[in-house]
Design a protein around this ligand. Structure first.
Ligand SMILES: Cc1cc2nc3c(=O)[nH]c(=O)nc-3n(C[C@H](O)[C@H](O)[C@H](O)COP(=O)(O)OP(=O)(O)OC[C@H]3O[C@@H](n4cnc5c(N)ncnc54)[C@H](O)[C@@H]3O)c2cc1C
Length: 571
C-alpha cells in the first residue's frame, strides 16, 4: 500500500495547480492515466478569460454578467463572482510561472474576442494556449520533484469512501498491471471531461469519465449531467476542434449558398454568440437543407478574408488541422465543419472551495475534493462560455489546494481495509476477463457513440431519447458479456478500454435521464417539445443518485442567485 497526505488524481491544469499549493507543506502524490503533459488541458487552443484593463470599459462585473447570461441563468452566481474576480490575478500568476502569452504592439498581453463575451478578454498563446499553460505548470511542479511524487500512467479504478469519509483510491500501474491501494487523508479528483461517449467529439481518447463514475459508484451524486456542450466548429467527420478563436479573429460561418446565416439567429453578435446558440443555428441550417456536401450535413468556416499572414500568426494550428485531416487549404477555401461534443458542464457537485457535496443540502464527503472539468461548482450552468474553462481549472484548482492544505493539516488517518478494497477491483477485472464472453468491445462502443451523437445531439426529442435509452440498456446487457482478447497483465490497453467503456455506458445513461426529465430548453439542452426556458419549474440543478440496485434517482437543488435575475437571452 502507498500512502500520501494528499492524493491528486489528474495532472491537467486543475490537478497541477492544486498540487503547487500543497507541495512543500504536505506529502503529495499525483496519479494520472496519461503522462502529465498529455492531459487534455494541453489541447486547449483559443484562450483563457480575464477582464484585464486592456479592453476599454471591461470590468469584472461585466465578465460576471456575461457568464451568468451565457450559463442561461443556472450557474451559481457566488461561484461565478469568484471565478471572474480571481481571473486577472490568475493570468499574471501564470505569466510569472513562465507562460508566454501573445502580445500587443505595446507589449501588453493581447486579448481576442470570444463568443458571449462583451469585451475582448481571451488571453492567448497563438492557438496553443492550453499547451503553453500546461507546460508552465508542469515546469513549476518539476521544481518540487522531491516533494511531489507523480505516478504517470496509473489508472484509478475505485474511490474509497466509507462512513462519509474519503480514504484513498485503488489504482492499476498500467505498465505492470499491478493493483495498489493509495491511502490518503484527502483526495482531489481533477479527472477532466467525458466527451468520448460521442462519435463526433473534440475530446481526447482519455476523456472517458473514469473519475465521475468512480465518485458516483462510491455514493456521490452527479450534478447537471444533461448539459453537454456542442462546439460549433468541429472539423467535419472528425469532430476535432477548430477553436472559437477562428471566429474571434474574424472568421465567418457560411451555408451551402454562401450566406452568413448567423444574421438570422443572432444579428448583433453574429458568429460570436454563445456556443449553444451558434450550434443550434448551424444544425437548423443543415436540417432545413442548406448544408453542403452530398449529404448536406455540414456548413463552412470561412477564414479566407483573414489573409495568410494573420492566419499563420494567430491560428497556425487550425490551418494545419484543416490541411492534415481534410486536405483543405484555409487560405483559399472554406473549411467544412459541424457541431462537435465538446464540454461537460455537469459533474461532481462541489462547493466554492471544491469540497464535494453528498446530497441536495450541501453536506460534504469528508476529505474529498473535485476541481476542473470533472466538477460542477457550478460556474458554467447550462452553457459554458469559451475561455472560462481553463480559467475555472486554474482558479478552482488553486482554491482546492488551499482548502486541502487547511483540512489535511488537522486530519487523522482514517483506516483502509486494503485486502477488501483490492479484492473488489480484482473481482471486477476477473469478471471482465471471463473467457466465454463473446460481444465485441469495439461494436458496443461504436453504437454507444453514434447513439449519443445522433439521438442526444444539438436538438433533443423525447422520442429519440427514449429510443436511445432502449439502445443503452441493450448495450449495457451486451457489455456484461464483452470479450477481452488480451489477457496479459502488462500494458493491457484492451482491458483499460473495457473499463472505460463501462464508465461511458454508465454516465451516458445519466445524461439521458437528466435530459428526459428536464421539460424545458435551457443552454445546451434544447428540447424540441419544450422550446422555451421555464424558470418557474426548472431553474434548478439536477442531482442523480445511484440507488442500491444500480438504478438512479433524480433530486433537485436551487440555483444560487446574487445579483442577476433571469432575463430573456438575446444576442
Ligand atoms: C480541443 C479542446 C480545446 C479546448 N480549448 C479551450 C480553450 O481555448 N479555453 C478554455 O477555457 N477551455 C478550453 N477547453 C476546455 C478545457 O481545456 C478543459 O475543460 C480543461 O483543460 C480541463 O482541465 P482539467 O484539469 O479539469 O482536466 P484535464 O486537463 O482533462 O486532465 C484530466 C486528468 O485526469 C487524469 N485522469 C482521468 N482519468 C483518470 C484515471 N482513471 N486515473 C488516473 N488519472 C486519470 C488524466 O490523466 C489527466 O491528467 C478545450 C477543450 C478541448 C477538448
Amino acid at each position: 500500500m502507498y500512502s500520501h497526505d494528499v492524493l491528486i488524481v489528474g495532472s491537467g491544469l486543475a490537478g497541477l495547480r492544486a498540487a503547487l499549493e500543497l507541495v512543500g507543506n504536505l506529502d503529495v502524490g499525483v496519479l494520472t492515466k496519461v503522462y502529465p503533459s498529455r492531459s487534455h488541458s494541453g489541447a486547449a487552443q483559443g484562450g483563457v478569460a480575464a477582464a484585464l484593463a486592456n479592453a476599454d470599459g471591461d470590468s469584472i462585473d461585466a465578465h460576471v454578467y456575461d457568464t451568468v447570461k451565457g450559463a442561461d441563468y443556472i450557474g451559481d452566481q457566488d461561484a461565478i463572482e469568484i471565478l471572474c474576480g480571481d481571473a486577472p490575478r490568475t493570468i499574471i500568476e501564470l505569466e510569472h510561472f513562465g507562460c508566454a502569452f501573445s502580445r500587443t504592439d505595446k507589449n501588453k498581453i493581447a486579448q481576442r474576442a470570444f463568443g458571449g463575451h462583451s469585451f475582448n478578454r481571451a488571453c492567448y498563446s497563438a492557438d496553443r494556449t492550453g499547451h503553453a499553460l500546461l507546460h508552465a505548470l508542469f515546469e513549476q511542479s518539476m521544481k518540487h520533484a522531491g516533494n511531489l511524487q507523480v505516478y504517470a500512467e496509473w489508472y484509478v479504478m475505485k474511490l474509497i469512501i466509507e462512513d462519509g469519509i474519503c480514504r484513498g483510491v485503488v489504482a492499476m500501474d498500467i505498465k505492470s498491471g499491478k493493483l495498489e491501494v493509495f491511502h490518503a487523508k484527502t483526495v482531489l479528483f481533477a479527472t477532466g471531461g467525458y466527451g468520448r461517449a460521442f462519435e463526433i467529439t473534440s475530446n481526447a481518447y482519455a476523456n472517458t469519465g473514469d473519475g465521475i463514475v468512480a465518485a458516483y459508484r462510491a455514493g456521490v451524486p452527479l450534478q447537471d449531467m444533461e448539459f453537454v456542450q456542442y462546439h460549433p466548429t468541429g472539423l467535419y467527420g472528425h469532430g476535432i476542434l477548430l477553436s472559437e478563436a477562428a471566429r474571434g479573429e474574424g472568421g465567418y460561418l457560411i451555408n451551402s449558398k454562401g450566406e452568413r446565416f448567423m444574421e438570422k439567429y443572432a444579428p448583433n453578435k453574429m458568429e460570436l454568440a454563445p456556443r449553444d446558440i451558434v450550434s443550434r443555428s448551424e444544425q437548423t441550417e443543415i436540417n432545413e437543407g442548406r448544408g453542403a456536401g452530398p449529404n448536406k450535413d455540414y456548413v463552412f468556416l470561412d477564414l479566407r478574408h483573414l489573409g495568410k499572414e494573420k492566419l499563420m500568426e494567430r491560428l497556425p494550428q487550425i490551418y494545419q488541422l484543416a490541411k492534415d485531416f481534410l486536405g483543405v487549404d484555409a487560405i483559399t477555401d472554406p473549411v467544412p465543419i459541424q457541431p462537435t461534443a465538446h464540454y461537460s458542464m455537469g459533474g461532481i457537485p462541489a462547493d466554492n472551495d471544491c469540497q464535494v457535496e453528498i446530497d441536495e443540502n450541501g453536506n460534504h464527503v469528508k476529505g474529498f475534493f473535485a476541481a476542473g472539468e470533472c466538477s460542477c461548482v457550478s460556474v458554467h450552468g447550462a452553457n459554458r462560455l469559451g475561455t472560462n474553462s481553463l480559467l475555472e481549472a486554474l482558479v478552482f484548482g488553486r482554491r482546492a489546494g488551499k482548502k486541502m492544505l487547511e483540512v489535511t493539516q488537522g486530519a487523522d488517518w482514517a483506516p483502509v481495509d486494503e485486502k477488501r478494497e483490492l479484492k473488489a477491483v480484482e473481482d471486477e477485472i476477473a469478471t471482465l476477463l471471463n473467457t466465454n464472453a463473446k460481444e465485441s468491445l469495439g461494436d458496443i462502443r461504436k453504437e454507444l457513440q453514434s447513439t449519443m451523437t445522433y439521438k442526444v445531439g444539438v436538438y433533443r426529442s423525447g422520442e429519440e431519447m427514449a429510443q436511445a435509452q432502449g439502445i443503452l440498456k441493450n448495450l449495457q446487457a451486451k457489455f456484461s458479456n464483452v470479450r477481452i482478447d488480451d489477457r496479459r497483465k502488462n500494458f493491457n490497453t484492451n482491458l483499460i478500454e473495457a473499463l472505460e467503456l463501462s464508465h461511458m455506458l454508465e454516465y451516458s445513461e445519466l445524461i439521458l435521464d437528466g435530459a428526459i426529465a428536464r421539460k424545458e430548453s435551457r443552454g445546451a439542452h434544447a428540447m424540441i417539445e419544450y422550446p422555451d426556458r421555464d424558470d418557474e419549474n426548472w431553474m434548478k440543478h439536477t442531482l442523480a443518485f445511484r440507488t442500491k440496485d444500480g438504478g438512479f434517482e433524480l433530486k433537485y437543488k436551487p440555483v444560487r442567485v446574487t445579483k442577476y435575475q433571469p432575463e430573456e437571452r438575446k444576442y
